[in-house]
Ligand binder design. Structure first.
Ligand code: SAH
Length: 348
């Protein structure tokens, strides 16, 4: 199924499959095996210009030297004490996006952006407070993973689409990037997580593709009224309908859904919220990630105390909801969604 998802109109070459690169070199009157060479030098050696591919004939290299590979420029890098590294990357049109490298035990996870800014305007999210600009192209997503891999000099084990943007508003390019990350960069499908606040029709569409990627749904609330306050786009996508689509997704893919739930002290972390969730989720194969709210300056929600978090976790467990607390990483470097970019842009 993944093979049909490639949409990259080459160039830029990054994001293109081995077969596409083979076609491309042949169009340039080169033998087919050069496609494999270009593929290897782009994905494994990380060349930024075709001129760096020294195994290609000199004459042809100079002819194609100006064809973009599609790599971004490093605009800013900051490392937190826990090893998390945040990057601001500058794209060809000057737009700036945020990417995070998160080392956990022996594995390296990358949190990628799928858009420049985000139109969803969730109340607690720094990205949502800024301006939405545009979708990212496939190569701009794959580039983020290669950049972190090169900087850490370590293979990336997991990719989560939890940076800036709403991936299901950019489904075509996100799927092309998923294909490339899986087949060209070599990351297992199950290690790729697409996170969404929920866009009508798109979860079903994704389910029909029967991928083995992980779906994370940013739920954040146990009823429609509260959810609409926190996630304004929910007014066009009732909670009942969203959860029905999640059930269809589980049936179609055989994969459980992960629910992301930002814990806002006193807002969505009371025993009645756990009860409501239990009613909604009966029989739905899922797992909850509780994320303590990371304060942003634009709104005045409170971060839950450790005790409050544990109490809410116990309430969920009492209702037979499987949940774990996900600790924020790199907090000393503006780690919450969009915060680093916001603070950097403010300085410029
Ligand atoms: N639009 C997609 C992808 C963005 S990731 C989605 O909503 O799923 C969104 C995630 O960023 C949230 O689920 C949450 O895990 C995190 N996030 C955003 N703002 C945050 C904040 N202030 N504190 C903690 N986590 C936050």
């Amino acid at each position: 199924m993944l093979d049909q998802l490639s949409v990259t109109a080459i160039p830029p070459l990054l994001g293109a499959s081995r077969a596409q690169l083979t076609d491309w070199v042949q169009e340039q009157q080169q033998p087919a095996y050069r496609g494999q060479q270009v593929h290897q030098w782009i994905y494994q050696k990380g060349v930024r210009s075709l001129n760096e591919i020294t195994v290609l004939p000199k004459q042809w290299r100079s002819e194609i030297a100006d064809i973009p590979v599609g790599r971004s420029q490093l605009h800013h890098r900051s490392a937190a004490h826990d090893g998390t590294v945040k990057y601001l990357l500058k794209l060809a049109d000057g737009q700036i996006i945020e990417t995070v490298g998160i080392p956990t035990q022996k594995r390296l996870t990358v949190c990628v952006s799928s858009q420049v800014g985000c139109p969803m305007a969730c109340d607690f999210c720094a990205t949502g407070k800024g301006q939405y600009q545009r979708n990212l192209a496939c190569h701009e997503i794959v580039d983020q993973v290669l950049t972190v891999q090169e900087d850490f000099q370590q293979r990336v084990a997991n990719v989560v689409f939890m940076g800036m943007g709403e991936p299901l508003l950019n489904l075509e390019n996100v799927l092309a990037a998923v294909r490339s990350l899986n087949q060209d960069v070599g990351i297992g499908q199950r290690s790729l997580t697409i996170s969404t606040v929920g866009i009508p029709g798109q979860i079903r569409k994704l389910g029909q593709l029967k991928l083995q990627t992980t779906l994370a749904v940013s739920l954040h609330a146990s009823n429609q009224k509260l959810r609409t306050q926190l996630v304004p786009s929910a007014q066009h996508y009732p909670l009942e309908k969203l959860l029905k689509d999640c059930r269809t997704y589980v049936l179609a893919t055989g994969r459980r859904v992960t629910f992301e739930y930002i814990v806002l002290s006193g807002v969505n972390d009371q025993p009645e919220h756990a009860l409501e969730l239990a009613q909604h989720l009966r029989g739905l194969q899922s797992h909850f990630n509780l994320i303590p709210y990371n304060p942003i300056s634009e709104v005045d929600y409170d971060r839950p105390t450790e005790k409050q978090l544990q109490q809410f976790l116990a309430c969920l467990q009492k209702q037979h909801i499987t949940a774990t607390i996900r600790r924020s990483r790199g907090l000393d470097r503006d780690a919450a969604c969009g915060q680093l970019r916001a603070s950097q842009l403010a300085e410029v």
